[in-house]
Design a binder for this molecule. Structure first.
Ligand SMILES: Nc1ncnc2c1ncn2[C@@H]1O[C@H](COP(=O)(O)OP(=O)(O)O)[C@@H](O)[C@H]1O
Ligand SMILES: [Mg+2]
Length: 240
């Protein structure tokens, strides 16, 4: 039985804009097991990015708790949050967010320079991460010399290279065409199955959701339990 690497309990978040107060998350509960490939779905504005940002220690919840690898991260100082982000979280963004002046290899190496990893080990880990995403031949190219799909695979290698507890990906395929979207999703799925990498990613795309090992749906600030039990029933029927 895989262990839970992420536990979100009764998480609440509201935003106040002037006199308008909007409760975006009203008590969200999620558990993700090591090696799972979980899609977070829900209509636009349902709070998917807000929830990923809380889990990724980019923001703090107004209530509830978030545990990553057994560590409560919901009430940390900004400095402690930054350490958790460096050591335990990998991020993949919609628009790739590579540094344009760096090559693919330098982009992948960057998060390792923030950790205490020797130059020799950095080189070896970068080589392995680029190999696993199939970009060894492109390691000296800059982002502008690569396609969107290749850039997103560099971003995945950069997220992987620190061996984080979980990789959070916010709409990782929404700026890609159909073919590259499939390549990127299959890559993440393979990393989950073969390397035991844990992913939580948001998506609108039913084709992408279909590849997930589990789909969690957000609606009106809560996890849609009806959809969760339908999915469980469907996978029980499938026998997986
Ligand atoms: N920093 C913020 N300040 C105010 N409102 C925000 C902020 N971030 C998100 N929201 C609001 O929270 C709601 C959920 O947004 P978001 O998490 O981006 O949804 P999704 O990713 O599901 O489309 C939206 O109504 C959005 O306007
Ligand atoms: Mg979003």
């Amino acid at each position: 039985m895989a262990k839970a690497v992420l536990k979100v309990e009764d998480v609440r978040k509201e935003f106040v804009l002037g006199s308008h107060r909007q409760t975006v998350l009203k008590g969200v509960n999620i558990e993700v097991l090591s090696g799972e490939f979980v899609a977070l779905a829900g209509p636009s504005g349902s709070g998917k990015s807000t929830l990923l940002n809380l889990i990724g220690c980019l923001d703090v919840p107004d209530g509830g708790s978030i545990e990553i690898d057994g560590v409560e991260v919901g009430r940390l100082s900004a400095k402690e949050q930054a350490r958790i982000r460096r050591e335990k979280i990998g991020f993949v963004f919609q628009n790739f967010n590579l540094l344009p002046v760096l090559t693919a290899a330098e982009n992948v190496e960057y998060p390792l320079t923030l950790l205490k990893v020797s130059a020799a080990e950095r080189k070896e880990r970068v080589r392995k991460a680029l190999d696993v995403v199939g970009l060894t031949e492109h390691m000296h190219k800059r982002p502008t010399e690569m396609s969107g799909g290749q850039q997103q695979r560099v971003a995945i290698a950069r997220a992987l290279v620190t061996e984080p507890t979980v990789i959070l990906a916010d709409e990782p395929t929404s700026h890609l065409d159909q073919e590259n979207s499939e390549i990127v999703v299959r890559l993440m799925q393979r990393l989950s199955r073969e390397e035991g990498v844990t992913f939580l990613f948001t998506t609108h795309d039913p084709g992408v959701m279909a590849e997930a090992s589990r789909v969690i749906r957000l609606r009106d600030g809560l996890i849609d339990a009806g959809a969760a039990s339908e999915a469980a029933a469907a996978s029980a029927v499938d026998g997986n």
